[in-house]
Ligand binder design. Structure first.
Ligand code: FMN
Length: 477
Protein backbone atom coordinates (compact mmCIF):
# COMPACT_ATOMS: atom_id res chain seq x y z
CA UNK A 1 0.00 0.00 0.00
CA UNK A 2 1.09 3.61 -0.54
CA UNK A 3 2.70 4.76 2.68
CA UNK A 4 0.48 7.19 4.53
CA UNK A 5 1.96 9.93 6.73
CA UNK A 6 1.86 10.14 10.56
CA UNK A 7 -0.87 12.79 10.75
CA UNK A 8 -4.34 12.16 9.39
CA UNK A 9 -6.67 15.12 9.51
CA UNK A 10 -9.86 13.31 10.43
CA UNK A 11 -12.95 13.46 8.24
CA UNK A 12 -15.45 15.87 9.79
CA UNK A 13 -18.97 16.06 8.47
CA UNK A 14 -20.84 17.96 7.31
CA UNK A 15 -18.21 19.95 5.37
CA UNK A 16 -16.13 20.93 8.42
CA UNK A 17 -13.40 19.02 6.65
CA UNK A 18 -14.30 20.26 3.20
CA UNK A 19 -11.93 20.48 0.24
CA UNK A 20 -10.24 23.65 1.51
CA UNK A 21 -9.11 22.05 4.76
CA UNK A 22 -8.05 18.77 3.14
CA UNK A 23 -6.14 20.69 0.48
CA UNK A 24 -4.30 22.76 3.11
CA UNK A 25 -3.35 19.65 5.10
CA UNK A 26 -2.30 17.62 2.04
CA UNK A 27 0.05 20.46 1.05
CA UNK A 28 1.96 19.93 4.31
CA UNK A 29 2.64 16.31 3.35
CA UNK A 30 0.11 14.87 5.81
CA UNK A 31 -3.20 13.21 4.86
CA UNK A 32 -6.05 15.67 4.26
CA UNK A 33 -9.46 14.02 4.42
CA UNK A 34 -12.68 15.43 3.00
CA UNK A 35 -15.95 14.45 4.57
CA UNK A 36 -18.11 12.58 2.08
CA UNK A 37 -21.23 13.14 4.16
CA UNK A 38 -23.89 15.25 2.42
CA UNK A 39 -21.44 16.41 -0.28
CA UNK A 40 -24.33 16.28 -2.73
CA UNK A 41 -26.26 18.82 -0.65
CA UNK A 42 -23.19 21.00 -0.10
CA UNK A 43 -22.47 21.00 -3.83
CA UNK A 44 -25.91 22.35 -4.77
CA UNK A 45 -25.97 24.85 -1.90
CA UNK A 46 -22.62 26.28 -2.96
CA UNK A 47 -23.96 26.62 -6.49
CA UNK A 48 -27.10 28.34 -5.20
CA UNK A 49 -24.90 30.75 -3.25
CA UNK A 50 -23.39 31.77 -6.57
CA UNK A 51 -20.29 29.53 -6.32
CA UNK A 52 -17.97 32.35 -5.27
CA UNK A 53 -14.53 31.81 -6.78
CA UNK A 54 -16.06 29.42 -9.34
CA UNK A 55 -14.56 26.41 -7.55
CA UNK A 56 -17.46 24.00 -7.98
CA UNK A 57 -17.87 24.89 -11.64
CA UNK A 58 -14.12 24.60 -12.21
CA UNK A 59 -14.14 21.10 -10.74
CA UNK A 60 -17.27 20.15 -12.69
CA UNK A 61 -15.52 21.22 -15.88
CA UNK A 62 -13.16 18.26 -15.35
CA UNK A 63 -15.95 15.74 -14.62
CA UNK A 64 -15.73 12.91 -17.16
CA UNK A 65 -19.30 13.38 -18.46
CA UNK A 66 -19.82 17.03 -19.48
CA UNK A 67 -23.57 16.57 -19.93
CA UNK A 68 -23.99 15.64 -16.26
CA UNK A 69 -21.82 18.54 -15.11
CA UNK A 70 -23.75 21.02 -17.24
CA UNK A 71 -27.10 19.71 -16.09
CA UNK A 72 -26.12 20.22 -12.43
CA UNK A 73 -24.99 23.78 -13.14
CA UNK A 74 -28.13 24.55 -15.14
CA UNK A 75 -30.35 23.16 -12.38
CA UNK A 76 -28.74 24.72 -9.32
CA UNK A 77 -26.33 27.55 -10.08
CA UNK A 78 -27.64 31.04 -9.35
CA UNK A 79 -25.51 33.86 -10.66
CA UNK A 80 -24.83 36.17 -7.74
CA UNK A 81 -26.47 33.77 -5.27
CA UNK A 82 -29.97 33.39 -3.79
CA UNK A 83 -32.05 36.45 -3.13
CA UNK A 84 -32.16 37.14 0.62
CA UNK A 85 -34.53 34.84 2.52
CA UNK A 86 -35.18 32.51 -0.39
CA UNK A 87 -34.82 28.90 0.76
CA UNK A 88 -32.29 26.60 -0.83
CA UNK A 89 -33.72 24.21 -3.36
CA UNK A 90 -33.36 20.71 -1.95
CA UNK A 91 -32.39 17.56 -3.76
CA UNK A 92 -34.41 14.33 -3.89
CA UNK A 93 -33.93 11.96 -0.95
CA UNK A 94 -32.18 8.63 -1.28
CA UNK A 95 -34.24 5.46 -1.37
CA UNK A 96 -33.60 1.89 -2.47
CA UNK A 97 -34.06 3.13 -6.04
CA UNK A 98 -32.39 6.54 -6.11
CA UNK A 99 -33.43 8.82 -8.96
CA UNK A 100 -30.90 8.88 -11.80
CA UNK A 101 -30.34 12.61 -11.34
CA UNK A 102 -29.54 12.00 -7.67
CA UNK A 103 -27.06 9.29 -8.59
CA UNK A 104 -25.40 11.62 -11.08
CA UNK A 105 -25.28 14.47 -8.59
CA UNK A 106 -23.78 12.26 -5.88
CA UNK A 107 -21.03 10.94 -8.14
CA UNK A 108 -20.30 14.46 -9.35
CA UNK A 109 -20.29 15.89 -5.81
CA UNK A 110 -17.81 13.25 -4.60
CA UNK A 111 -15.68 14.10 -7.62
CA UNK A 112 -15.84 17.87 -6.99
CA UNK A 113 -14.83 17.60 -3.35
CA UNK A 114 -11.79 15.41 -4.02
CA UNK A 115 -10.80 17.22 -7.23
CA UNK A 116 -10.60 20.52 -5.33
CA UNK A 117 -8.83 18.94 -2.36
CA UNK A 118 -6.16 17.54 -4.69
CA UNK A 119 -5.77 20.65 -6.80
CA UNK A 120 -2.41 22.42 -6.96
CA UNK A 121 -0.14 19.98 -5.09
CA UNK A 122 0.83 16.31 -5.15
CA UNK A 123 -0.01 15.46 -1.55
CA UNK A 124 -2.46 12.74 -0.53
CA UNK A 125 -6.19 13.13 0.03
CA UNK A 126 -8.70 10.77 1.61
CA UNK A 127 -12.48 10.68 1.85
CA UNK A 128 -14.41 9.83 5.01
CA UNK A 129 -17.75 8.05 4.81
CA UNK A 130 -20.11 7.00 7.55
CA UNK A 131 -21.22 3.38 7.22
CA UNK A 132 -24.55 4.35 8.82
CA UNK A 133 -25.42 6.74 5.99
CA UNK A 134 -25.30 3.95 3.53
CA UNK A 135 -27.36 4.77 0.45
CA UNK A 136 -25.05 7.46 -1.02
CA UNK A 137 -21.85 5.47 -0.38
CA UNK A 138 -21.32 3.77 -3.78
CA UNK A 139 -22.01 6.98 -5.70
CA UNK A 140 -19.99 9.44 -3.62
CA UNK A 141 -17.15 6.93 -3.35
CA UNK A 142 -17.07 6.38 -7.09
CA UNK A 143 -16.97 10.14 -7.71
CA UNK A 144 -14.09 10.44 -5.26
CA UNK A 145 -12.26 7.60 -7.04
CA UNK A 146 -12.79 9.29 -10.41
CA UNK A 147 -10.98 12.31 -8.94
CA UNK A 148 -8.11 10.09 -7.78
CA UNK A 149 -8.78 9.82 -4.05
CA UNK A 150 -5.82 8.18 -2.30
CA UNK A 151 -7.54 6.79 0.79
CA UNK A 152 -11.03 5.86 1.94
CA UNK A 153 -11.78 5.95 5.67
CA UNK A 154 -15.06 4.51 6.92
CA UNK A 155 -16.46 4.36 10.42
CA UNK A 156 -19.79 4.57 12.27
CA UNK A 157 -20.65 0.93 11.71
CA UNK A 158 -18.96 -2.22 10.51
CA UNK A 159 -17.37 -1.45 7.13
CA UNK A 160 -16.73 -5.05 6.10
CA UNK A 161 -18.21 -4.63 2.61
CA UNK A 162 -15.99 -1.70 1.69
CA UNK A 163 -12.97 -3.55 0.25
CA UNK A 164 -15.19 -5.44 -2.21
CA UNK A 165 -17.05 -2.26 -3.12
CA UNK A 166 -13.82 -0.36 -3.75
CA UNK A 167 -12.47 -3.23 -5.86
CA UNK A 168 -15.64 -3.39 -7.96
CA UNK A 169 -15.69 0.35 -8.58
CA UNK A 170 -11.99 0.32 -9.47
CA UNK A 171 -12.82 -2.31 -12.11
CA UNK A 172 -15.83 -0.34 -13.39
CA UNK A 173 -18.15 -3.22 -12.47
CA UNK A 174 -21.82 -2.96 -11.58
CA UNK A 175 -22.43 -2.93 -7.86
CA UNK A 176 -25.15 -4.37 -5.65
CA UNK A 177 -25.10 -2.52 -2.34
CA UNK A 178 -27.20 -4.18 0.35
CA UNK A 179 -29.21 -1.89 2.61
CA UNK A 180 -29.90 -2.55 6.25
CA UNK A 181 -33.65 -2.49 6.64
CA UNK A 182 -35.58 -2.44 9.90
CA UNK A 183 -38.20 -5.20 10.28
CA UNK A 184 -36.92 -6.79 7.07
CA UNK A 185 -38.37 -10.19 6.15
CA UNK A 186 -35.46 -10.90 3.80
CA UNK A 187 -31.99 -9.56 3.11
CA UNK A 188 -32.33 -8.72 -0.58
CA UNK A 189 -32.99 -5.01 -0.23
CA UNK A 190 -30.20 -3.43 -2.22
CA UNK A 191 -29.27 -0.47 -4.34
CA UNK A 192 -27.85 -1.36 -7.71
CA UNK A 193 -25.38 0.97 -9.35
CA UNK A 194 -23.98 0.63 -12.82
CA UNK A 195 -21.03 3.02 -13.19
CA UNK A 196 -20.72 2.40 -16.93
CA UNK A 197 -24.44 3.07 -17.53
CA UNK A 198 -24.40 6.22 -15.42
CA UNK A 199 -21.27 7.54 -17.07
CA UNK A 200 -22.67 6.68 -20.49
CA UNK A 201 -19.80 4.41 -21.39
CA UNK A 202 -17.13 7.07 -20.83
CA UNK A 203 -13.91 5.17 -20.29
CA UNK A 204 -12.85 5.87 -16.75
CA UNK A 205 -9.62 4.62 -15.36
CA UNK A 206 -9.38 4.74 -11.62
CA UNK A 207 -6.77 3.35 -9.30
CA UNK A 208 -7.66 1.60 -6.10
CA UNK A 209 -7.37 3.81 -3.01
CA UNK A 210 -6.13 2.54 0.32
CA UNK A 211 -8.93 1.56 2.71
CA UNK A 212 -8.72 2.33 6.43
CA UNK A 213 -11.43 1.01 8.74
CA UNK A 214 -12.28 3.24 11.68
CA UNK A 215 -12.79 0.96 14.66
CA UNK A 216 -13.30 1.23 18.40
CA UNK A 217 -12.70 -2.36 19.49
CA UNK A 218 -10.24 -5.21 19.13
CA UNK A 219 -13.07 -7.56 18.16
CA UNK A 220 -14.09 -5.55 15.13
CA UNK A 221 -10.46 -4.98 14.11
CA UNK A 222 -9.60 -8.67 14.46
CA UNK A 223 -12.77 -9.73 12.61
CA UNK A 224 -11.96 -7.47 9.68
CA UNK A 225 -8.26 -8.30 9.60
CA UNK A 226 -8.98 -12.03 9.66
CA UNK A 227 -11.45 -12.00 6.80
CA UNK A 228 -10.23 -12.55 3.24
CA UNK A 229 -12.91 -10.22 1.86
CA UNK A 230 -13.09 -7.58 4.58
CA UNK A 231 -9.41 -7.06 5.40
CA UNK A 232 -8.61 -3.33 5.31
CA UNK A 233 -5.22 -1.80 4.56
CA UNK A 234 -5.08 -0.33 8.05
CA UNK A 235 -7.06 1.00 10.97
CA UNK A 236 -7.92 4.23 12.65
CA UNK A 237 -8.61 3.35 16.28
CA UNK A 238 -11.03 5.92 17.62
CA UNK A 239 -11.64 6.24 21.34
CA UNK A 240 -14.56 7.78 23.27
CA UNK A 241 -13.01 11.29 23.56
CA UNK A 242 -13.15 11.81 19.76
CA UNK A 243 -15.37 14.55 18.32
CA UNK A 244 -18.53 13.75 16.35
CA UNK A 245 -20.21 10.37 16.83
CA UNK A 246 -18.72 7.80 19.20
CA UNK A 247 -19.15 4.06 19.45
CA UNK A 248 -21.49 3.30 22.38
CA UNK A 249 -20.00 1.70 25.52
CA UNK A 250 -19.81 -2.08 25.35
CA UNK A 251 -21.42 -3.06 28.65
CA UNK A 252 -24.94 -2.36 29.89
CA UNK A 253 -26.18 1.16 29.21
CA UNK A 254 -25.05 3.37 32.11
CA UNK A 255 -24.99 7.14 32.44
CA UNK A 256 -23.10 9.54 34.69
CA UNK A 257 -24.62 12.42 36.67
CA UNK A 258 -24.69 14.58 33.53
CA UNK A 259 -26.46 11.85 31.60
CA UNK A 260 -23.40 10.92 29.55
CA UNK A 261 -22.46 7.34 28.65
CA UNK A 262 -20.00 5.74 31.05
CA UNK A 263 -17.01 4.11 29.39
CA UNK A 264 -14.73 1.75 31.31
CA UNK A 265 -11.85 -0.67 30.78
CA UNK A 266 -13.93 -2.88 28.50
CA UNK A 267 -14.00 0.00 26.02
CA UNK A 268 -10.24 0.39 25.92
CA UNK A 269 -8.52 -1.03 22.89
CA UNK A 270 -5.68 -3.41 23.70
CA UNK A 271 -2.99 -1.80 21.55
CA UNK A 272 -0.40 -4.62 21.63
CA UNK A 273 -3.15 -7.01 20.45
CA UNK A 274 -4.14 -4.56 17.75
CA UNK A 275 -0.54 -4.13 16.62
CA UNK A 276 -0.24 -7.93 16.46
CA UNK A 277 -2.78 -7.94 13.61
CA UNK A 278 0.08 -6.67 11.48
CA UNK A 279 -1.70 -3.75 9.83
CA UNK A 280 -0.68 -0.10 10.11
CA UNK A 281 -2.83 1.95 12.47
CA UNK A 282 -3.41 5.49 13.69
CA UNK A 283 -4.89 6.50 17.05
CA UNK A 284 -7.71 9.04 17.36
CA UNK A 285 -9.50 10.80 20.18
CA UNK A 286 -7.43 13.00 22.49
CA UNK A 287 -4.24 12.38 20.51
CA UNK A 288 -4.07 15.88 19.04
CA UNK A 289 -0.93 17.01 20.87
CA UNK A 290 2.80 16.58 20.22
CA UNK A 291 2.89 14.20 23.20
CA UNK A 292 -0.12 12.33 21.81
CA UNK A 293 1.69 11.68 18.55
CA UNK A 294 4.80 10.44 20.40
CA UNK A 295 2.72 8.18 22.66
CA UNK A 296 0.86 6.74 19.67
CA UNK A 297 4.09 5.95 17.86
CA UNK A 298 5.56 4.37 20.98
CA UNK A 299 2.49 2.12 21.04
CA UNK A 300 3.29 0.96 17.52
CA UNK A 301 0.99 3.30 15.61
CA UNK A 302 2.09 5.06 12.42
CA UNK A 303 0.61 8.20 13.91
CA UNK A 304 -2.61 9.91 14.89
CA UNK A 305 -5.89 11.03 13.39
CA UNK A 306 -6.81 14.48 14.69
CA UNK A 307 -10.17 16.25 14.45
CA UNK A 308 -10.83 18.95 17.03
CA UNK A 309 -7.66 20.96 16.39
CA UNK A 310 -8.35 21.07 12.67
CA UNK A 311 -12.08 21.81 13.10
CA UNK A 312 -11.20 25.22 14.54
CA UNK A 313 -8.46 26.20 12.11
CA UNK A 314 -8.79 28.92 9.52
CA UNK A 315 -9.38 26.58 6.56
CA UNK A 316 -12.08 24.43 8.18
CA UNK A 317 -15.61 24.68 6.82
CA UNK A 318 -17.21 25.47 10.17
CA UNK A 319 -19.08 28.80 9.97
CA UNK A 320 -16.73 31.61 11.02
CA UNK A 321 -18.91 32.92 13.84
CA UNK A 322 -19.13 29.47 15.46
CA UNK A 323 -15.41 28.91 15.08
CA UNK A 324 -14.60 32.25 16.71
CA UNK A 325 -17.09 31.72 19.54
CA UNK A 326 -15.73 28.21 20.20
CA UNK A 327 -12.11 29.43 20.26
CA UNK A 328 -13.01 32.33 22.51
CA UNK A 329 -14.73 30.04 25.03
CA UNK A 330 -11.89 27.51 24.95
CA UNK A 331 -9.30 30.26 25.42
CA UNK A 332 -11.27 31.63 28.35
CA UNK A 333 -11.34 28.15 29.88
CA UNK A 334 -15.13 27.89 29.98
CA UNK A 335 -15.86 25.45 27.18
CA UNK A 336 -17.99 22.42 27.91
CA UNK A 337 -18.39 19.33 25.73
CA UNK A 338 -21.09 16.83 26.56
CA UNK A 339 -21.45 13.32 25.18
CA UNK A 340 -25.15 13.06 24.45
CA UNK A 341 -26.98 9.75 24.12
CA UNK A 342 -30.07 11.22 22.52
CA UNK A 343 -29.13 13.97 20.10
CA UNK A 344 -28.19 11.85 17.10
CA UNK A 345 -30.96 10.05 15.21
CA UNK A 346 -28.40 7.32 14.51
CA UNK A 347 -28.55 6.18 18.13
CA UNK A 348 -24.79 6.64 18.54
CA UNK A 349 -23.53 8.97 21.30
CA UNK A 350 -22.65 12.38 19.86
CA UNK A 351 -20.40 15.11 21.31
CA UNK A 352 -21.92 18.59 21.66
CA UNK A 353 -20.11 21.81 22.58
CA UNK A 354 -22.23 24.28 24.56
CA UNK A 355 -22.51 27.38 22.39
CA UNK A 356 -25.17 30.07 22.86
CA UNK A 357 -27.91 30.17 20.21
CA UNK A 358 -27.16 26.69 18.99
CA UNK A 359 -29.01 23.42 19.55
CA UNK A 360 -26.95 22.73 22.68
CA UNK A 361 -29.46 25.09 24.30
CA UNK A 362 -32.66 23.16 25.13
CA UNK A 363 -34.73 26.29 24.44
CA UNK A 364 -33.33 26.58 20.92
CA UNK A 365 -34.08 22.91 20.37
CA UNK A 366 -37.62 23.22 21.72
CA UNK A 367 -38.32 26.26 19.53
CA UNK A 368 -37.39 24.47 16.30
CA UNK A 369 -40.22 23.04 14.23
CA UNK A 370 -39.50 19.44 13.42
CA UNK A 371 -39.01 19.28 9.68
CA UNK A 372 -37.47 16.41 7.71
CA UNK A 373 -36.53 17.71 4.27
CA UNK A 374 -33.04 16.29 3.74
CA UNK A 375 -33.53 12.75 5.01
CA UNK A 376 -29.92 11.58 5.08
CA UNK A 377 -30.40 9.81 8.40
CA UNK A 378 -33.68 8.15 7.47
CA UNK A 379 -33.63 4.39 7.99
CA UNK A 380 -35.49 2.14 5.61
CA UNK A 381 -38.08 -0.17 7.15
CA UNK A 382 -40.25 -2.83 5.62
CA UNK A 383 -43.94 -2.05 5.49
CA UNK A 384 -46.66 -4.66 5.51
CA UNK A 385 -46.69 -6.04 2.01
CA UNK A 386 -42.93 -5.82 1.70
CA UNK A 387 -42.39 -2.35 0.25
CA UNK A 388 -39.99 0.01 1.97
CA UNK A 389 -40.73 3.12 3.99
CA UNK A 390 -38.18 5.55 5.43
CA UNK A 391 -38.20 7.16 8.85
CA UNK A 392 -36.02 9.21 11.17
CA UNK A 393 -36.54 9.71 14.90
CA UNK A 394 -35.91 13.47 14.40
CA UNK A 395 -38.75 13.86 11.90
CA UNK A 396 -42.15 15.25 12.99
CA UNK A 397 -43.40 13.00 15.79
CA UNK A 398 -46.83 12.44 14.25
CA UNK A 399 -45.49 11.05 10.99
CA UNK A 400 -42.87 8.91 12.76
CA UNK A 401 -45.29 7.32 15.18
CA UNK A 402 -48.39 7.37 12.97
CA UNK A 403 -48.30 5.69 9.61
CA UNK A 404 -44.66 4.73 10.11
CA UNK A 405 -45.52 2.92 13.34
CA UNK A 406 -42.38 3.72 15.35
CA UNK A 407 -42.17 4.36 19.10
CA UNK A 408 -42.68 7.87 20.39
CA UNK A 409 -40.02 7.42 23.07
CA UNK A 410 -37.46 7.17 20.31
CA UNK A 411 -38.12 10.77 19.24
CA UNK A 412 -37.18 12.34 22.58
CA UNK A 413 -34.19 14.68 22.51
CA UNK A 414 -33.39 13.98 18.85
CA UNK A 415 -31.89 16.72 16.75
CA UNK A 416 -32.22 16.94 12.98
CA UNK A 417 -28.48 16.64 12.43
CA UNK A 418 -28.95 17.04 8.67
CA UNK A 419 -30.26 20.59 8.98
CA UNK A 420 -28.17 21.42 12.05
CA UNK A 421 -24.84 20.35 10.59
CA UNK A 422 -25.51 22.13 7.30
CA UNK A 423 -26.16 25.26 9.37
CA UNK A 424 -22.84 24.68 11.16
CA UNK A 425 -21.19 24.48 7.74
CA UNK A 426 -22.51 27.96 6.96
CA UNK A 427 -25.37 26.96 4.65
CA UNK A 428 -28.45 27.02 6.94
CA UNK A 429 -31.84 26.55 5.34
CA UNK A 430 -34.18 29.60 5.54
CA UNK A 431 -37.67 28.84 6.74
CA UNK A 432 -40.93 30.50 5.73
CA UNK A 433 -40.99 32.71 8.84
CA UNK A 434 -37.57 34.10 7.89
CA UNK A 435 -35.80 32.07 10.57
CA UNK A 436 -32.61 30.17 9.79
CA UNK A 437 -32.06 26.57 10.86
CA UNK A 438 -29.97 26.63 14.06
CA UNK A 439 -26.52 24.98 14.08
CA UNK A 440 -24.89 22.49 16.47
CA UNK A 441 -21.17 22.30 17.22
CA UNK A 442 -19.41 19.02 17.84
CA UNK A 443 -15.84 18.83 19.12
CA UNK A 444 -13.79 16.24 20.98
CA UNK A 445 -13.85 15.99 24.76
CA UNK A 446 -10.28 17.16 25.06
CA UNK A 447 -10.03 20.87 24.41
CA UNK A 448 -6.69 21.05 26.23
CA UNK A 449 -5.03 20.31 22.89
CA UNK A 450 -6.51 23.49 21.41
CA UNK A 451 -5.50 25.53 24.45
CA UNK A 452 -1.98 24.02 24.16
CA UNK A 453 -1.73 25.01 20.51
CA UNK A 454 -2.89 28.57 21.22
CA UNK A 455 -0.32 28.81 24.00
CA UNK A 456 2.45 27.41 21.77
CA UNK A 457 1.59 29.98 19.10
CA UNK A 458 1.59 32.69 21.73
CA UNK A 459 -1.74 33.69 20.27
CA UNK A 460 -5.03 34.82 21.72
CA UNK A 461 -8.22 33.12 20.60
CA UNK A 462 -7.64 34.07 16.96
CA UNK A 463 -7.77 31.53 14.18
CA UNK A 464 -4.68 29.51 13.36
CA UNK A 465 -3.90 27.61 10.17
CA UNK A 466 -3.91 23.92 9.29
CA UNK A 467 -0.15 24.15 8.61
CA UNK A 468 0.35 25.50 12.14
CA UNK A 469 -1.55 22.51 13.53
CA UNK A 470 0.68 20.12 11.60
CA UNK A 471 3.88 21.92 12.65
CA UNK A 472 2.72 21.86 16.26
CA UNK A 473 1.91 18.14 16.20
CA UNK A 474 5.25 17.31 14.60
CA UNK A 475 7.06 19.39 17.21
CA UNK A 476 8.32 22.00 14.75
CA UNK A 477 7.47 24.97 16.96
C1 FMN B 1 -16.40 18.60 14.07
C2 FMN B 1 -16.11 17.13 14.00
C3 FMN B 1 -16.83 16.34 13.10
C4 FMN B 1 -16.51 14.99 12.96
N1 FMN B 1 -17.16 14.26 12.00
C5 FMN B 1 -16.74 13.00 11.71
C6 FMN B 1 -17.26 12.31 10.59
O1 FMN B 1 -18.11 12.81 9.85
N2 FMN B 1 -16.82 11.05 10.37
C7 FMN B 1 -15.86 10.46 11.17
O2 FMN B 1 -15.48 9.32 10.90
N3 FMN B 1 -15.34 11.11 12.22
C8 FMN B 1 -15.75 12.37 12.50
N4 FMN B 1 -15.15 13.07 13.53
C9 FMN B 1 -14.04 12.44 14.26
C10 FMN B 1 -12.67 12.87 13.68
O3 FMN B 1 -12.49 12.40 12.37
C11 FMN B 1 -11.50 12.37 14.55
O4 FMN B 1 -11.42 10.98 14.57
C12 FMN B 1 -11.61 12.82 15.99
O5 FMN B 1 -12.02 14.16 16.05
C13 FMN B 1 -10.27 12.65 16.71
O6 FMN B 1 -10.35 13.05 18.03
P1 FMN B 1 -10.04 14.56 18.53
O7 FMN B 1 -11.28 15.31 18.27
O8 FMN B 1 -9.73 14.42 19.98
O9 FMN B 1 -8.89 15.07 17.71
C14 FMN B 1 -15.50 14.41 13.74
C15 FMN B 1 -14.83 15.21 14.69
C16 FMN B 1 -15.11 16.54 14.81
C17 FMN B 1 -14.35 17.37 15.81
Amino acid sequence: MTALPPVIQGGMGVAVSDWRLANAVARTGQLGVVSGTAVEVMCVRRLQDGDPGGHVRRALASFPVPRIAQQIIDTYHLDGGRPHGVPYRNIPMFSVRPARRLQELSVAAGFVEVFLAKEGHDGQVGINLLRKIEAPIPFVLHGAMLAGVDAVLVGAGNPHELPALIDALARDEDVTWALRVQRASHSDHAITYSPSALLEGTATEVSRPVFLAIVASNDLAAGLAGSPTARPDGFVVEGPPAGGHNAPPRGPRRSDARGQPIYDVQDEVDLPALAALGLPFWLAGRYGTPGGLRAAQEAGAVGVQVGTLFALCEESGMADGLKRESLRTIHAGGAEVRTDWRVSPTGFPFKVLSVPQTLSDPDVLAARDRICDLGMLRMPYEKEGGSLGYRCPAEPVASYTGAKGAREANTHGRVCLCNALLATAGVPQSRADGALEPPIVTLGADLGGVAGLLAALGAGPEAYTAAEVVDHLLGHH
